[in-house]
Design a protein around this ligand. Structure first.
Ligand SMILES: [Zn+2]
Length: 377
């Protein structure tokens, strides 16, 4: 069992879900709400966690997490949370359930409209202590279990980032067993989210060498050691599942340095409700274009990334990511995913995304236009 006391306390190992009851007692949670989605319930994963919890606790279940968390769904969870007298949150699922749970914890302890707390509105300083939250990820990608951030589509149609130390789940129980049944397509998409977090964090200009080292280790596991491809090829490969869970948490520990243009563009596409595009797939498809755009603005960081990924010194990183995408079944470009230059707001929303400010090379609307043209194909 790896126990990491870093941004929070994270336990990573097969069977770590058995710690859930003791963790609730430590945090003083008597009546938890489990925030999850219907897919997790149908896959029998909720039952596994309830079994691990024992009979001592009777959790309230909110299974209405949408594909991309919304303010509406968060308010729905809040109403149920208050009506049933809950005093703590367990998120069980991928990034969406963990992100919704963070929004719920915020609204359960703070008055007023959600949008005022958004990072872009300067709202991070308004976020104080929130509800005790235990995160139990069922994918290996987002790293939301250890991150300060949550992304929620607000009622006004914006996809906003909320960031505060007080939004980090108190404890993360990362049990790779909960990811064994994840289909290859989602394993690939979520794994590419983790790889993108590691790369964008390392090349962010913020000075934080420890976070950089953690990001490079995530790349070593996911790429050099081949664990992402192994997990896609054989979902039951326990070694691969364990190492991808570690790489995913590492990606988010690293992005305390900030993310970059890949995430700005990905968030802009992710808010197109009709298309319901997966965040990780978007990152995978967009990453090569942004790697080429940033190449002359990263100092020696591409050399260090190549080294961590086990690539020759003259390898082209963007080409390598394109080849990896092809090997694990990621679409070739945004065009294949239904995004076009006519999609309203994509450029404007990328420009105003908070991740734009930590991209190593500055970007204006005209730069994003070119990047979207390349990524759309
Ligand atoms: Zn991401």
């Amino acid at each position: 069992m790896a126990t990491l006391n870093y941004l929070n306390t994270t336990h990573i190992d097969f069977g770590s879900r058995s710690m859930v009851a003791d963790t609730m007692k430590q945090l003083g949670i008597k009546r938890p709400m489990i925030v999850t989605d219907k897919g997790i319930v149908a896959a029998g994963i909720l039952d596994k966690v309830r079994e691990a919890m024992g009979n001592e606790f009777s959790p309230e279940i909110f299974d209405g997490t949408p594909e991309n968390p919304t303010e509406e769904a968060t308010l729905e969870a809040l109403a149920q949370y208050k009506a049933s007298g809950c005093d703590g949150i367990i998120s069980l699922g991928g990034g969406s359930s963990m992100d919704l749970a963070k929004g719920l914890g915020l609204l359960a302890t703070h008055d007023g409209d959600l949008t005022q707390f958004a990072a872009i509105e300067g709202g991070s300083a308004l976020i104080g202590e929130t509800t005790p939250h235990i995160a139990m990820p069922t994918t290996a990608g987002t790293g939301s279990e250890v991150s300060v951030g949550t992304v929620i589509i607000t009622k006004d149609g914006r996809k906003l980032i909320f960031a505060s130390q007080n939004l980090i789940p108190k404890v993360a129980l990362c049990d790779p067993e909960l990811t064994l049944g994840l289909p290859a397509r989602l394993t690939a998409a979520t794994g590419m989210d983790a790889i993108t977090h590691c790369i964008e964090a390392v090349i962010s200009p913020m000075d934080n060498p420890p976070a950089e080292a953690v990001g490079l280790d995530g790349l070593r596991r996911a790429f050099k050691m081949g664990y992402l491809e192994n997990a896609v090829a054989d979902g039951q490969d326990k070694d691969a599942r364990y190492n991808m869970m570690m790489a995913a948490s590492e990606g988010a520990m690293a992005f305390i340095k900030g993310l970059g243009a890949v995430h700005s563009m990905s968030h802009a596409c992710g808010r197109i409700k009709e298309l319901k595009l997966h965040h990780g797939t978007l990152n995978a498809v967009i990453l090569p274009a942004v790697l080429r755009y940033n190449a002359d603005f990263v100092g020696d960081k591409y050399d260090r990334i190549r080294e961590a990924m086990g690539l020759p010194a003259n390898a082209d990183l963007a080409d390598e990511i394109e080849a990896l995408n092809a090997r694990i079944g990621i679409p070739k470009n945004l065009g294949e995913m239904g995004v076009s230059m006519d999609t309203p707001g994509i450029v404007e929303n990328a420009v105003t995304d908070v991740s734009t400010f930590t991209n190593p090379r500055p970007l204006e609307a005209s730069d994003y236009e070119k990047l979207f043209e390349q990524a759309i194909g």
